[in-house]
Design a binder for this molecule. Structure first.
Ligand SMILES: O=C[C@H](O)[C@H](O)[C@H](O)COP(=O)(O)O
Length: 310
């Protein structure tokens, strides 16, 4: 059943005063209680199950992913790139739903450890980009996308492989929830541009970044390990926030950072995506195309989704 209309509009299930009857207090035998002698208070109707904010975001991710797969992963596509992050599992979910027959002679290329696990666990055929350097389509998430479809990627430190697979694909498509849709990069994603660096060069690159306009650039530290985050390629990651005027021209910024010796790859994806799909809170999907067109798929035409707490 499609029931997306209540998406996110009522997010609290905490009873408010007056909604639920007060509990009856135990009474001594023979003693009269106001609750027993007076008319019982009205009993509130059962509350509909409403999604928590987390579920609304997850449903938005899933809507974007499913819609993008429906439109861009066709039966004739045999080599498919699978990106990284929390939106991509829904991409794999929808591809699996296309059926065993269509998937049996497809090969799936991961952008890192996480997507490799997704592919293997879904019992899809795993390949690598050195065997398949030309992909039909790559679908991936993003940390933020601007009005020209430039994207910040690398919040999960996967942007080197992600960029290789995006560039190797005939079609590169971004899937995300509504929070990632911006006019200018750096508006919502304020942690900075992820920059993968050769470990021995990190201090020198940090100095360079401070000088070119990111005084707060820092080495990304691990949270469940002492020391820095180490990428799937054995490198370190720097997060470099830049002022808005520099973020307004991400391609120039990308080329400046990439010229710093020791930088392996920059999490700015400029002029790469053909389309970006954003799942919205109301169950609709906004599609931004590379040529500036936008398209709005309303909830009635979006793929049907179960609205359950997951
Ligand atoms: O390195 C990680 C990737 O660039 C992800 O695609 C990006 O962080 C978006 O992830 P999510 O879908 O979890 O927001």
């Amino acid at each position: 059943m499609r029931c997306l209309d209540s998406f996110g509009l009522h997010t609290s299930s905490t009873p408010t005063d007056g909604v639920y009857p007060q509990p009856l207090r135990p009474t001594l035998a023979g003693q009269t209680s106001q609750f027993i002698t007076s008319t019982p208070p009205p009993v509130a109707a059962p509350q509909p199950k409403v999604p928590s904010p987390v579920t609304v975001v997850e449903q938005a991710k899933r809507l974007a992913a499913w819609t993008a797969v429906d439109r861009h992963v066709h039966p004739e596509h045999k080599v498919i790139g699978i990106g990284s992050g929390s939106t991509v599992p829904y991409v794999v979910e929808r591809i699996v739903a296309q059926g065993k027959a269509v998937n049996k002679d497809r090969v799936f290329i991961p952008t890192g450890f996480q997507s490799k696990e997704l592919i293997v666990n879904a019992k899809l055929l795993l390949g690598d980009v050195d065997q398949y350097p030309m992909l039909d389509v790559t679908i991936d998430g993003a940390d933020e996308v601007d009005r020209d479809l430039n994207a910040i990627k690398g919040g999960g430190a996967c942007h080197l492989r992600e960029k290789v697979l995006a560039e190797a694909a005939d079609t590169f498509v971004i899937v995300a929830d509504y929070r990632k849709n911006s006019e200018v990069l750096g508006t919502n994603w304020t942690k900075g541009v992820p920059i993968e660096v050769a470990p021995f060069a990190y201090a020198k690159v940090l100095q360079n970044l401070h000088l070119i306009g990111s005084p707060k650039a820092t080495l990304r530290m691990a949270t469940a390990k002492a020391g820095p985050v180490v990428s799937d390629n054995g490198n370190f990651v720097i997060d470099a926030p830049f002022p808005e005027d520099m973020m307004r021209d991400p391609y120039t910024l990308l080329t400046r950072i990439k010229m710093l010796t020791g930088v392996v790859e920059v999490g700015l994806f400029c002029h790469m995506a053909k389309a970006a799909y954003f799942g919205n809170q109301d169950g609709s999907v906004l599609i931004k195309w590379h040529d500036g067109r936008t398209e709005h798929v309303d909830s009635a035409n979006s793929p049907a989704l179960p609205l359950t707490d997951e």
